[in-house]
Design a protein around this ligand. Structure first.
Ligand code: ATP
Ligand code: IP8
Length: 264
């Protein structure tokens, strides 16, 4: 049976300035903390993306396609370290706003195989939820059975956790109002799609674009592919603009908000 659990993915395009390397969007992080505190929703798991912390370094050191040369070990660690820094900033801000957030580093308890999650120790996460902590995970570098290492997106983690834990919904905050019929940053006449069924989603995949900023996990197309699996399992998805004040608050408390709803 589906429980109340909500998975909230805060996109890297919201929590960082995606086109300026290693630049957080402090204003957005603080406002999001206020909104999450005000919504007081539980159980909740928060996942954030890499934005200008993870993606440029992952790209520079070619981490996604795996270990080819031992010199990449430094880039692997540097990419992780950048994500740890972004995560600490977010955790510190959440704690300052009285959100009982607790950081989980994906690379220390998830193993992938050719980029797909194979081992995920859910026990500690569930123990955190039991005492009303809000686990905060993030897109990270991970060890991979076949590739040595790779990049795991926050989107894949969000869909995986939603399915495994029987979540009711996934809310995603990105830097545009939802899913459009084409990239709204490239095409000014792109139309927002308010509702998508699983069939519509399948048709749309392939037509939509990636990301204009450095993004090693496939941008909007990668996101849709990951979400498909969750929607197939009956999990509702809501994609909203996380840069607009109160959108995440409204989404959390179930108030109407402009965005794209995806349902089976
Ligand atoms: P991160 O992976 O760093 O967490 P994110 O999840 O915030 O990032 P992106 O992967 O950058 O978000 O995806 C959002 C971007 O996708 C938007 O900035 C937009 O320009 C681009 N995009 C491409 N095609 C579309 C589309 N059809 N509809 C909406 N946005 C699209
Ligand atoms: O931003 C990617 O996670 P995403 C994380 O959720 C890294 O796709 C390290 C690039």
């Amino acid at each position: 049976m589906r429980n109340r659990l909500t998975i909230l993915k805060l996109g890297g395009s919201v929590v960082t300035e995606k086109n300026k390397p290693l630049t957080p969007n402090i204003k957005a992080i603080k406002r999001l903390a206020e909104e999450i505190h005000k919504a007081d929703f539980k159980p909740l798991i928060v996942i954030h993306g890499g934005g200008s912390y993870g993606h440029p370094l992952a790209k520079k050191h070619n981490i996604s396609s795996g270990l080819k040369d031992y010199s990449q070990r430094f880039g692997f660690s540097e990419t992780h370290e950048a994500m740890v820094n972004l995560n600490s900033l977010i955790i510190r801000t959440f704690l300052e706003h009285e959100i009982p957030a607790f950081s989980f580093a994906p690379s220390s308890f998830i193993i992938t195989e050719k980029g797909r999650i194979r081992i995920f120790n859910l026990k500690t996460l569930m123990m955190a939820l039991e005492i009303d902590l809000i686990p905060v995970l993030y897109g990270d570098v991970v060890f991979d059975n076949k590739l040595g290492f790779t990049i795991l997106s926050g989107d894949q983690i969000a869909a995986f956790l939603a399915v495994e834990l029987g979540a009711r919904r996934i809310i995603m905050g990105i830097d545009v109002d939802g899913v459009y019929d084409s990239d709204p940053k490239r095409n000014p006449s792109a139309q927002l799609i308010p509702e998508l069924s699983l069939r519509d989603l399948e048709k749309l995949i392939g037509k939509i674009g990636g990301s204009q900023a450095p993004d090693v996990t496939g941008g909007m197309m990668g996101k849709m592919l990951e979400l498909k699996a969750a929607v197939k399992h009956g999990i509702d998805v809501l994609i909203v603009n996380g840069l607009l004040p109160d959108n995440i608050y409204k989404a959390l408390i179930g108030e109407k908000v402009v965005g794209t709803r995806i349902r089976r």
